[in-house]
Design a protein. Structure first.
Length: 288
């Protein structure tokens, strides 16, 4: 297994610390919770900073961060099950020393697997709140962004690259005419936290306008198509409620193509487990 070198967090920590100080908050600790393309660092008992460290990735600037902050603030103000932005700082987006960053409340994780029914119910609640989100969001943004990445960068053997682009183009065409609303955009299990406050959704940077079936496809994809965990899929779907099956099938295909396109960027030195998951996604897409 190849180990990825962790980014040097010195400057990003400084950016977060100095931004907090500029808003009257004096950090009393520096507990690094995550150190990858994004740094997550706890600065006080209640304050967590999230700092983008990847200066070479496809996302630069703060436009996408502004969308994340806006949707997270809307969800928090309307009682959705989400990790809240920290109330003692402006929502931002902030930028300091060349690093985009934002600030969140610290929540205490509990070591208990989420109830699949609760996953479906909390996703449904978030969708209900997001229907009233007043700001325009880009339509099917993660699909368009993934297609642009594949058209700009040779990330796979040519046949695989063309296959992924074909699936994304087809999905953009087929999903274009269905009802849309604000979505999470990357609603997988890694963006859920079981906490002392309950099951909370986090990481809204991929938010866009699309059919609700996209988020449902995202949360069930691994269980349904990698793990054959049909009990979990059934419990999530039953709790969430009925959806359009044709849209869901297309979203499952689109989700597999999106995740595959981002793999070489997110995991430039993947371990065996990640390589195997990517292989299975691509094989699944090849027979669609």
């Amino acid at each position: 297994m190849l180990l990825q070198s962790m980014p040097d967090p010195t400057l990003p920590v400084r950016a977060a610390t100095e931004t907090a100080l500029a808003h009257g908050i004096r950090p009393d600790r520096c507990d690094i919770l995550q150190n990858s393309s994004t740094l997550v660092v706890r600065l006080t008992e209640t304050l967590v900073a999230r700092v983008v460290q990847d200066r070479e990735g496809p996302r630069q600037g703060t436009e996408w961060f502004a969308r994340e902050n806006a949707i997270a603030l809307h969800l928090t103000q309307n009682g959705a099950p989400v990790i809240p932005l920290h109330p003692d700082l402006p929502p931002g987006p902030h930028e300091h020393l060349g690093y985009p960053l934002n600030f969140w409340e610290f929540v205490t994780r509990i070591d208990v697997e989420p109830d699949p029914r609760e996953i479906g119910l909390t996703l449904k609640k978030c969708h209900e709140v997001m229907r009233s989100f007043p700001e325009p969001l880009p339509h099917l943004a993660i699909l368009s962004e993934s297609l642009a990445i594949l058209e700009d960068r040779p990330l796979f053997p040519s046949a695989t690259q063309e296959m992924l682009k074909r699936h994304l183009r087809t999905s953009l065409e087929r999903l274009a005419d269905y009802p849309t609303q604000a979505l999470h955009g990357d609603a997988h299990a890694g963006n859920l936290m079981n906490t002392t406050r309950g099951l909370l959704w986090t990481d809204w940077e991929d938010t866009f306008a699309g059919p609700v079936e996209w988020d449902l496809a995202s949360i069930i994809w691994n269980a349904q198509l990698l793990d054959d965990d049909h009990a979990t899929v059934s419990a999530i779907r039953e709790a969430y409620g009925p959806v359009n099956e044709e849209i869901l099938r297309q979203c499952l295909i689109a989700r597999a193509a999106v995740i595959s396109a981002w793999y070489p960027i997110l995991y430039p030195q993947p371990g065996e487990d990640r390589r195997e998951k990517l292989r299975r996604r691509i094989e699944w897409l090849e027979v669609r």
